[in-house]
Write a protein that binds this ligand. Structure first.
Ligand code: SF4
Ligand code: SF4
Length: 293
């Protein structure tokens, strides 16, 4: 059996990728599942999908806790979500990332005792499809790195799913298949127990008491929804600010707090980039800028 967990963002098509791969595997006479984990249904929010495939019949239905393969459709997620949680040593990380991230990814893969396959699926999707929807490109990378099915077995599911857009999606898949770089064994001592790569901020369902009982005050502070942000960040020009506090009052995520001088500091851990503060500021003192500015 091979178990694959896909980490993506809402709108990137990770769930579709899982379904198409499962259909291809079934068409070859295997047993397979492709299914999502239902979380916040929002474009840009982290989402998880799973593929389970075997030559033998199986009855498992639960989400995959110990994947052989982890697929990351958006490289920014590795700093936000514990994509390596439960991953088997000697497994494979397949990631959509540009070439200039290779050294860092190799370092991470070595630290996690896993192998690495990298493809710039975003660049391929933009070039072939004209939009940054990477699901069919990432399918090509998964097939190349895992050999879970023949690449030709995807043609029919893609045709059925995408109709007149099927040729372009098939081309994106084929190009990613050709361009996926597989890095060999990370050559680490698997007897060394590595701390999982994680951030402390998020609860999983396993961390909650039965009945999802809240047992400590202020626990919602730990849900750092800022990692959903994809539309840039608000930046305040304090020269224009009159300290009215509208940004603090109207921000749905309480991302502003008053400082000792009476101005309002922004906290990116909670801002999801809705731009309400930008629209509501009476002095136009706040503007959205790119994340790196
Ligand atoms: S809404 Fe604008 S003017 Fe008012 S406190 Fe915030 S930044 Fe300053
Ligand atoms: S962009 Fe939205 S979430 Fe972020 S600080 Fe402004 S109002 Fe709050």
């Amino acid at each position: 059996m091979i178990e694959i967990r896909i980490h993506g963002r809402g709108g990137q098509g990770g769930v579709t990728a899982a379904e198409l791969l499962a259909q291809a595997a079934i068409s070859e006479g295997n047993y397979a599942q492709g299914f999502p984990s239902f979380g916040p249904e929002r474009r840009g929010a982290p989402v998880t999908a799973y593929i389970r495939m075997s030559t033998e019949k199986f009855h498992l239905r639960e989400p995959i806790d110990s994947p052989d393969v982890v697929v990351v459709m958006d490289a920014s997620l590795i700093d936000m979500v514990n994509v390596f949680e439960g991953m088997k040593a000697g497994g494979t990380l397949i990631i959509n990332a540009s070439d200039n991230m290779t050294a860092r990814l190799q370092e991470i893969a070595t630290g996690q005792s896993i192998n690495l396959a990298r493809v710039d699926a975003s660049a391929i999707a933009l070039e072939v499809l004209g939009v940054p929807i990477t699901n069919t490109a990432i399918i090509g990378a998964i097939v190349k790195a895992t050999g879970m099915c023949d690449i030709s077995s995807l043609e029919q599911p893609i045709e059925k799913r995408f109709g007149r857009l099927a040729p372009k999606n098939s081309a994106a898949m084929q190009e990613a298949f050709a361009k996926t770089t597989i890095f060999g064994d990370a050559s680490v001592d698997n007897t060394v127990e590595e701390e999982p790569y994680s951030i402390d901020a998020l609860y999983s369902y396993k961390d909650l008491e039965i009945g999802a009982e809240i047992t400590e005050p202020g626990s919602s502070e730990k849900f750092e929804t800022g990692n959903w942000r994809t539309s840039g960040k608000p930046v305040t020009d304090f020269e224009k600010c009159i300290q009215c506090g509208f940004c603090w009052l109207l921000c749905p995520d309480i991302a502003y707090s008053k400082n000792d001088e009476g101005y309002y500091n922004w906290d990116g851990r909670y801002c999801k980039g809705c731009a309400i503060c930008v629209v509501e500021c009476p002095k136009n003192a706040i503007e959205m800028r790119g994340e790196m500015s």
